[in-house]
Design a binder for this molecule. Structure first.
Ligand code: HEC
Length: 444
């Protein structure tokens, strides 16, 4: 997909070409700065002094025992054994997994961001002598900052789930009742799992009392704990409160805002289980954080969706767009919202998605990229992204979402180890349907 920021596009293309051309130290020096004295060497870099702190900060949330990563990166032996792979993922930037392009777009506040300096250090060490260093005097490993502190309530779901789904990916919704007796000013929500190695991403929805009958019906209609759900939670009026891929931490709503949930509100947690690391039972717990000061405001959202597209079987490049508009007094429903400050973007497609581009078009004609997943959309790594700095919008400004799908034979999902044949695809919630949707979260 071509974007308006052509100059940036060219730089990216040049870098990408360099990444793909192999991994000699010469072209590594073109794409990553030399971490040492400029001599393209890893001289002086050691595991205990330079490497373990970076792996500890950027990799071990997933690459440790019980994590979703396919191997551990928690020891000198691990780092040595995986050195070649480390060089590769530092060069092509596929790890830590963070699909949006930030160059030419918004900088993200995300723990999976990794500096070029750290990329260089890992890559040059892994390509060099891989020195161990002084195990008795290791550099400290700084744990990620915990902005939220301990949760206000932690609710064990009581639901032990062992998937019998024959394929590698099972999408399931679990209903959890925190038994809220009064209004709960929610500022953040998260889950923990007893078996993190099979949990890929989690989306948490609040189900208000008026939606509970529909939720109970869905739950009762499906044997076993929870119910099958793919594109969404399957009931009307679900309020998304958190969407995270593994490896990202819960964070509070911005600027002291939050959602006052009425007594009786329950939660529907949509879990994407992936069984490439093995199978087994999992049990969720839900954590909720309550505001400690009165809420300043309730964040508002802009949802844009195209529901009328056709993606013919075999088509390599099908595009659809959706528009949203900011208005001082917006009519209800999707596509309109009050202006304010945009903090979060939640882009969403299913398995045929390739690219999604979200662009702000201001009344003065200027444009700004809000989200650019360019060619590497991956349903498995979907989530909500928070900006490092909010983007202010005025009444009259518009947001345009452009989705691109690839419905060729090579881009079909696997079911039971068999790649599916292409079929004509339209909008829908199931895994064989598609979506083109983006949600924005704003404060006033
Ligand atoms: C958010 C979780 C997560 C984080 C953080 C993460 N990885 Fe991974 N990594 C995975 C998963 C899952 C896979 C398996 C392939 C996939 O699903 O993309 C993987 C695969 C890999 C591979 C195999 C090559 C490949 O692309 O399949 C290497 C090498 C690797 N990771 C290195 C790293 C390094 C080095 C870091 C830190 C700089 C890191 N990873 C951070 C989850 C993560």
């Amino acid at each position: 997909m071509l974007h308006r920021a052509l100059a940036v596009g060219i730089v990216v293309a040049t870098l990408a070409a360099a990444f793909l051309s192999g991994c000699t130290s010469q072209n590594l020096a073109q794409v990553l700065p030399d971490p040492g004295d400029g001599s393209s060497s890893a001289q002086g870099l050691t595991y205990y002094q330079n490497i373990a702190p970076i792996l500890g900060a950027k990799c071990v949330t997933c690459h440790s025992t019980g994590g979703i990563g396919p191997f551990t990166l928690t020891s000198y032996a691990d780092a040595r054994a995986n050195a070649q792979g480390i060089v590769q993922v530092m060069q092509n930037r596929t790890m830590p997994p963070l699909p949006p392009t930030q160059l030419g777009c918004q900088a993200l506040d995300d723990e999976r961001n990794m500096s070029d300096d750290d990329r260089s250090t890992l890559a040059y060490w892994a390509m060099g002598a891989k020195a161990e260093g002084d195990a008795a005097h290791p550099a400290p490993i700084v744990p990620p900052v915990d902005v939220l502190g301990p949760a206000t309530v932690n609710i064990d779901s009581g639901l032990d789930y062992t998937s019998t789904y024959p394929g590698t990916d099972d999408y399931r919704c679990f209903v959890i009742d925190p038994k809220l007796a009064g209004t709960f000013p929610l500022i953040a929500a998260d889950t923990t799992s007893t078996n993190g190695s099979i949990v890929h991403h989690v989306i948490i929805y609040a189900a208000l009392p008026q939606a509970l009958a529909a939720v109970a019906q869905l739950d009762a209609a499906d044997a076993g704990p929870g119910y099958e759900c793919f594109g969404g939670p399957g009931f009307t009026g679900a309020i998304p409160v958190s969407a995270s891929a593994v490896g990202s931490k819960a964070r509070p709503f911005p600027e002291g805002s939050g959602i006052p949930l009425p007594a009786g509100t329950q939660f529907v947690v949509q879990v994407h289980y992936n069984f490439t690391n093995g199978r087994g039972a999992n049990r969720l717990a839900l954590q909720l954080w309550q505001a400690t000061a009165p809420l300043t405001q309730v964040p508002h959202g802009l949802t844009m969706a195209n529901t009328t597209f056709d993606i013919p079987a075999g088509a390599p490049d099908v595009e659809a767009t959706a528009i949203g508009q900011f208005m001082t007094t917006p009519p209800g429903g999707a596509g309109f919202a009050k202006p304010g400050k945009i903090w979060q973007v939640f882009p969403h497609m299913h398995q045929l998605g390739r690219s999604i581009y979200v662009e702000l078009e201001r009344t003065d004609g200027s444009k700004a990229c809000l989200m650019n997943i360019d060619g590497n959309w991956n349903f498995h790594w979907q989530g909500s992204y928070q900006f490092a700095q909010p983007v202010t919008v005025q009444a009259g400004d518009q947001v345009k979402v452009t989705c691109t799908w690839d419905n060729t034979a090579d881009n079909q999902p696997m079911v039971n180890g068999v790649q599916q044949p292409p079929h004509d695809v339209r909008f829908g919630e199931s895994s064989s349907d598609e979506m083109c949707l983006t949600g924005l979260t704003l404060t006033n």
